[in-house]
Design a protein around this ligand. Sequence first.
Ligand code: SAH
Length: 432
Amino acid sequence: MKRIILKAGEEKRLLAGHPWVYDNEVDRILGNSGSASLQAGEIADVETPEKTYIGRAFVNPASKIIARLYSPSKEGVDKGFFKGRIRKALARRFMYDLTRESARIVFAEADFLPGLMVDRFVGWDLAEAERAVSNRPLAFRDVQNALGPPRAWLAVQFLIAGMDCRRDDIVLALEEVFAKDFGPLAGIVEKSGAAVRELEGLPKREGLLKGTLPSEGILLFENDFPFCARLEQGQKTGHYLDQKDNRRRLSRYVPVGGRVLDACAYTGGFGIHALRYGAGEAVAVDASRPALDAAQKNADLNGLDRRITFIEANIFDHLRSYSRHDGFDMIILDPPGFAKSRSMLEEALRGYKEINLQAMRLLRPGGTLVTCSCSQVLGENRFKRMLTEAASDADCRLIQLDFRGQSGDHPILLGYDESNYLKCAFYRQVGR
Ligand code: SAH
């Protein structure tokens, strides 16, 4: 086993639980007989110059993150290892009923499986369900009565070399663990499209690995409301699971009978939840036509197609096109991550401030703003400061109702700030 010897003093962050070793923190690499070089994907031990053992890591000399720790001990990596880690990750999702809820099952480093993401979608073949049940809104129980218990599909991302070269073991481990607990999987699709793979020197890879995917998409139920997920087409893994707890939270604050703007709606998750919880009408805006087509389908499954309007537009232009008397009782802003790295932060903040300022301008008295950022480099304090500046410019007083992060199936690991990325703040406009 090769050994990565750190420079003096570089171990502190690692001992506090951060799993990444950067290439400039490494003093030398040792093999069995003297100095050695690392191969992409192999495993190696990380030590201090004083020979204090830090742990075992997946390595990639092509990446600035040269090693990602996965264990504090000299643990090997085979199918059995992956099964153990996946079982533990499953147990960590105890707050969800996985027999009927879709969830992220493996959240990479935060589940001690660096660079591996696994989302599990629970539901039925949408086309079959629609043939069997014509009621709207479509209800879980009716579909189950007609077609039997739901099945499950996985969307898997191998984001680092260490995971990519062990894909066969990982897929087998996933199949075996899930078959034991929930019955055989209906399909596994690879969605390794993320930009991180480029930094690892890996090509984008997508496609079906096992089983089949329903041609019209998977019908899943989120917070008991029907949605369609197209794993092979969608952005990310087809449905943003990280917002599901926040969408549910809308039930507390929704303006009954009121008017809602779902900005950057993607497949309509927030807007549809708002309507199902009692809002009167909704406008869903997104720059992507395929996303809006999927949102339209979701509105239909929920029996809401007459209460929601879909607009294909750039959110910056669209918000500016309204005048103050076009007001909304609730506005949801869920833009894509404007800052992918620290160097983009200032520019990104201008974008966040602009859309928040415009949204605040359009809030009716007593209206609710739900504003999100999925940029990990934008910390909670800086996000709130941006909102304070926007509110001041918009002459809008806001009370914080709630400040939340990502859903519990995307665990936040203390000591590893990269796992804490989503901010979802709820504010109410108040008079002076
Ligand atoms: N709220 C969604 C997730 C939003 S993801 C949900 O709950 O599922 C961000 C969305 O913003 C994507 O659908 C993307 O198409 C859209 N988007 C990106 N840039 C945009 C822009 N400038 N104007 C409008 N929509 C944009």
